[in-house]
Design a protein around this ligand. Structure first.
Ligand SMILES: [Zn+2]
Length: 437
């Protein structure tokens, strides 16, 4: 297959249909209210949020993917010009409201695109997702896993969101006379805020647009835009800075809490007064016993909570999977090949560096189990292996195909942020993080 079939989280290519995993801005670049390139498939909740995020968008273009159900889409094969059917299933990604993974089946094989995802092994939701995924795969093998590799490094280790949420509550309780501000994005972290509100029996201030989003999401009583009724305020991440905290503290004692799996340092980079976009450092050094600029440990029971600035706590509440969760997910899926979808994370690592050994294509006994034998007999093997990322163990069919480009064109799927194979294969690529957390 060639280009021109489907696109995921990418909006400028000429494809026949388009898919959106979730509404964070790093996945909607190129999408606008006037966008009209084709049908746009997304989850029901994402469709509900669309008019608010993109007012004026032609809503007749939207097609809803109900989670856990196969949807068949008739398209034209770019290579043969013949009719072809693409099947797709959305699976809850547990990242932010409406976020889904997308499982595709078609003449290009079986592809799983995680989008941004959190795979908490202790979570009941994840268990449902696991069941849905395994049921959907049945005897299929995922030929290419497009993976949220935001924290694809063993140094990224953080607790479940339930534990991290309680850490946030503990910080608030331990500052009874302080105002509290929490940095959040325009979508996500709702369950954290709900947990705080529920545990402390208080309302939480949000800015007016965020209140509208909360209402769309079904939260009607917890959030307010009145500053006088609460001491806890959730503010846009971009406005959360050392400078902001210091100014607030000239008026009233205020503590800032940044929930994120990202590593933070105390001081902004030169010329950048905004704290969090610049907080890139070695996560390993952060967690080491004498690490970084840590100035205080709140309490023993707060565990991984760090206070990097006199007014700011960093809490490892992450909507992306940590390394161990990524590993567990790959063990579950057992894909033939993996490609990272995030090439702008703070510590970029090609997932093949850590997980290539878990790929079927790199296992010495390639093709010897039942599933793989079944695949070899069929035509699914096409467009799976590529010259640059599989190495040994190519099938004759794959060898035949290897003259083609190793990029996604081979499957006809266009995805954003996928540049993994052009990147260094090991070590950290330090870059400013662009993805929402
Ligand atoms: Zn996201």
């Amino acid at each position: 297959m060639e280009k021109g079939l489907i696109s995921v989280d990418r909006w400028t290519e000429g494809s026949q249909v388009y898919f959106l995993t979730h509404l964070h801005s790093d996945h909607t670049r190129g999408l606008s209210s006037s966008w009209d390139r084709g049908l746009l498939f997304c989850s029901r909740l994402t469709a509900k949020l669309f008019p608010f995020k993109f007012p004026g968008l032609d809503l007749s273009l939207l097609r809803i993917l109900d989670v856990g159900s196969w949807h068949s889409i008739s398209l034209i094969s770019p290579s043969s010009g013949e009719k072809t059917v693409v099947q797709v299933m959305a699976i809850d990604a547990h990242h932010c409201p409406g976020s889904v993974m997308l499982l595709f089946r078609g003449e290009f094989g079986c592809l799983l695109y995680t989008g941004d995802f959190r795979w908490e092994t202790s979570s009941e939701k994840a268990n449902i997702g696991r069941t849905t995924l395994l049921k959907a795969l049945k005897d299929d093998v995922v030929d290419i896993l497009y993976l949220d590799n935001t924290y694809c490094n063993p140094s990224y280790s953080f607790p479940s969101r339930d534990i991290a949420a309680q850490q946030v509550v503990d910080i608030i309780i331990s500052h009874p006379d302080h105002d509290i501000i929490i940095g959040i994005d325009s979508l996500g972290k709702e369950e954290l805020l709900y947990h705080i509100s529920h545990k402390l029996n208080i309302k939480i201030w949000v800015w007016p647009e965020r209140l509208q989003t909360m209402h769309l999401l079904g939260f009607h009583d917890i959030f307010t835009t009145k500053t006088t009724v609460t001491r806890v305020r959730a503010v846009p991440r971009y406005s959360f800075s050392i400078d902001t905290l210091e100014r607030l503290n000239t008026i009233h004692s205020t503590v800032g809490i940044m929930p994120s799996g990202l590593p933070w340092v105390a001081k902004p980079l030169k010329g950048n007064e905004n704290l969090f976009p610049s907080l890139i450092t070695s996560y390993k050094s952060k967690w080491s016993t004498n690490g970084g600029t840590r100035t205080d440990k709140l309490k023993e029971n707060l565990g991984s909570v760090d206070k990097f600035h006199k007014h700011i706590y960093s809490v490892p509440y992450s909507d992306h999977s940590c390394f161990m969760e990524i590993q567990e997910f790959i063990n579950l899926v057992q894909p033939t090949n993996i490609r990272g979808i995030v090439n702008s994370s703070s510590c970029y690592v090609d997932p093949l560096y850590y997980f290539g050994r878990l790929c079927r294509a790199n296992q010495p006994s390639l093709g010897l189990n039942y599933k793989q034998e079944k695949r070899v007999e069929g035509k699914r093997l096409i467009a799976v292996q590529t010259k640059s990322n599989v190495g040994s163990g190519k099938s004759s069919e794959a060898n035949r195909k290897q003259g083609r480009t190793a990029e996604l064109d081979i499957s006809g799927v266009q995805v954003s942020k996928v540049n993994a194979l052009r990147q260094v294969r090991r070590g950290a690529k330090i870059a400013q993080n662009e993805s929402s957390d």
